[in-house]
Design a protein around this ligand. Structure first.
Ligand SMILES: *[C@@H]1O[C@H](CO)[C@@H](O)[C@H](O)[C@H]1NC(C)=O
Ligand SMILES: *[C@@H]1O[C@H](CO)[C@@H](O)[C@H](O)[C@H]1NC(C)=O
Ligand SMILES: *[C@@H]1O[C@H](CO)[C@@H](O)[C@H](O)[C@H]1NC(C)=O
Length: 411
């Protein structure tokens, strides 16, 4: 009991530091996350699909199916989208009917699937655990890669009867793709392309002051970090979501930005203020403490490697005192990387390091706007023309290339 109170207190402290005024003025106008409602409202068909991972977590995916038989494609090609840390598939449709990537792809005839990871609002059940169990929260993005992403990809391919798909991952969505395809290289051929937006892999050059403050405590082995291993980020609590959203109403806008933005990059030039209350009411939406601690470990180590359980623990789990690095040379899927210079999480140096390790990088796009930050990849102003149009281009061009190759083979 005492331990729980201490943990709760600690989480409150972090949340306050992260972005909250712990005040008590709040109104009841929270916008609840519900991707199905959101997508219907925007005029698209939507299905939800459940898949159980090999270790028992039940995940919900959202799909925008193609209703009419396409004249171009025999079977509509699949685009699978994966959001970032503590987010859900909703993040992809925040920008509404005219500016959201899933709709752009759907309009072009793609079968669009959006994944969700264990622990978020859509993925809180389990074959034999409940979300009250500490064991339930004992996961990092490592498990999201090897279990969640693997089962989602397999499910989608089986359900559609296809053999491969396009992948788009933002932030941690890119991390888990790298985890899966490096440790289980057989997944490379299940993907036609992997487009990684603000990919988090190496993080030792992270600029945000958050990492500098927390990495010495949470990125090392100690009583606190070990206790937090079975702990949820207190992020699905409605009260906190309301507080987050509230600070971002117009009159409080400056407070909101100055407190939240140290994490992602200071400038807010490209921020769509209209979206902010909704974004912050629906983000964060669940995950474990271990995810953040795993990144902080890498901030300290400078390596992209599995979770550090301490020398003894590592010996038992990995048969080595150090956690093994992810073998990035095994990521053979064609990779496209998008990054920006004002991303306080993914530094330019760390992107360069990643690109060097990956054997099949086809293109690296630098956002031309100097002040573009980590959040802007999802909800920046003009994100459609700056990022999403390019993403769609890559996918469409791949199909043209692929068809050409097929035709040539026939001749
Ligand atoms: C900002 O977001 C709102 C709500 O989705 C949208 O209507 C508006 O067009 C966006 N503004 C810009 C400049 O993209
Ligand atoms: C979490 O998982 C690790 C590795 O499997 C294990 O050593 C540890 O005891 C687990 N902790 C909890 C709280 O379940
Ligand atoms: C553990 O590592 C040692 C030395 O690296 C090796 O000789 C041994 O075969 C490994 N054990 C297992 C079970 O993999």
């Amino acid at each position: 009991m005492h331990k729980n109170i201490i943990l709760l207190g600690f989480q409150l402290w972090i949340i306050c530091l992260l972005g909250l005024t712990c005040g008590f003025i709040f109104k009841k106008d929270i916008i609840i996350t519900n991707a199905v409602k959101r997508i219907r409202r925007d005029g698209y068909p939507v299905e939800d699909h459940k898949v159980q991972t090999a270790d028992g977590y039940v995940l919900t995916m959202h799909r925008i199916p193609i209703l009419q038989k396409s004249q171009i494609y025999d079977k509509p090609p699949i685009a699978f989208l994966m959001t970032g840390i503590y987010a859900s598939s909703d993040a992809f449709v925040f920008s509404g009917k005219d500016g959201s990537l899933p709709y752009m792809l759907s309009d072009l005839g793609y079968d669009v699937w959006m994944g969700n990871n264990r622990g978020n609002v859509y993925c809180r059940s389990h074959a034999f655990l409940t979300s009250k169990d500490r064991e339930f929260w004992n996961f990092s993005w490592h498990e999201m890669g090897v279990y969640d992403l693997a089962s989602m990809i397999d499910y989608v391919l089986k359900h559609t009867g296809q053999s491969s798909m396009h992948f788009v991952g933002v932030s941690q969505g890119a991390t888990i793709l790298l985890v899966l395809t490096s440790l289980y290289p057989e997944y490379n051929i299940k993907l036609k392309t992997a487009q990684l937006l603000a990919p988090v892999a190496y993080v030792s050059n992270m600029k945000g002051p958050m990492a500098r403050i927390f990495a010495p405590i949470l990125g090392t082995r100690n009583v606190l970090s070990m206790a937090l291993e079975g702990s949820e980020m207190i992020s699905t609590n409605n009260f906190f979501k309301e507080l987050l959203a509230l600070n971002c109403k117009d009159e409080n806008f400056r407070i909101c930005v100055s407190r939240l933005w140290p994490a992602v990059g200071y400038e807010t030039k490209y921020l769509n203020k209209t979206l902010l209350p909704e974004v912050l009411a629906n983000f964060p939406v669940g995950g474990s403490f271990k995810q953040m601690m795993h990144y902080l470990q890498e901030y300290n180590s400078g390596r992209f490697q599995q979770y550090n359980y301490g020398q003894l623990g590592n010996q038992v789990i990995y048969n080595s005192t150090d956690p093994p690095s992810y073998p990035l040379h095994k990521v053979t899927v064609p990779v496209f990387i998008y990054y920006s210079q004002n991303d306080y999480i993914v530094a330019v140096k760390d992107v360069a390091k990643l690109v060097k390790q990956l054997p099949n990088v086809h293109a690296v796009f630098k956002v031309p706007w100097k002040k573009w930050n980590h959040f802007d990849f999802i909800c920046g102003l003009r994100v459609k023309e700056i990022i999403f149009d390019k993403v769609v281009d890559v996918i469409s061009n791949y199909n043209i290339l692929f068809n050409n190759i097929k035709k040539r083979n026939k001749i």
